[in-house]
Design a protein around this ligand. Sequence first.
Ligand code: SF4
Length: 313
Amino acid sequence: MLTENTPVFNSYSKYIRETFGERVQKISINTGYSCPNRDGSKGLGGCTYCNINSIKPEYANAKKSVTEQLSEGIDFFSKKYKAQKYLAYFQSYTNTYHNNDVLIKTYEEALNVPNIVGLVIGTRPDCITPEIADYLQEVSKTKYVSIELGIESTNEETLQKINRCHTYQETIAAVEMLASKNILVGGHLILGFPWENREGIILHAKNVSKLPLKFLKIHHLQILKSTQLARDYEANKDEFKLLTLPEYLDIIVEFLENLRSDIVVQRFLSESPKDLLIAPHWDGVKNYEFTSRVEKKMKEMKTWQGRLVDEKG
Ligand code: SF4
């Protein structure tokens, strides 16, 4: 039975506390690796929504070594929080897109920095080889390892429209391959493409619930400067309908009801820098504020993550 204190969704902060026994801070690293969707091997110009400058904290500068970036990040966060443990977060671009020797050297460098307890590696589903997965499986026996895959959509037509240059079928194969090696796998999804209706958005929850995913990061669609999406938006604002904040809140509640209850939800909102954001503005609401609204609404509705999955068995 749902009580006042029952968590209505499976949160990442709770997962981290249960896994490590304390707060653990991710430190973003920029390796400067490109991605096959920018260097021409799969596509040029990148995904239509991507402005790579939106996900780089100041200390994550590819001109600095991995050790320097991590040390500066640790220095920054140790003044802000009491965290003693840190995860090296390979966030920008495609962090398994290089030859194996370089990749392994980079990951080892990160693991050798004091107080780094593991790796979180962001990449594309079509850029993770079984060899690197084998290496990460070995690492995961002594350190924390998780892979974050840019799923972005489970709809093949959307993936084409946003120029991802990979398919959802490739996502399924990558998640299954990694999970078969006992590597924790997370996925990113973007919700709110103007051509996807509510039913289509909820279908993403049902689809990813069939995958052996451990984590999910949800982002609302943001139109960022210097992207193809921005050009499309400016050219056709009237038809390019973006979700309002109340609409998104409603959708997230239904999305969670249709999401497998053991999937850990890492976030609900994108928080791109103001100077890059064209729309929507939503009064600058932060992820933690939105999370509180989700919890409040779900409690009021007496519902919870996975309710509609569990009911169907
Ligand atoms: S979102 Fe990722 S894969 Fe797409 S262009 Fe940007 S860095 Fe490349």
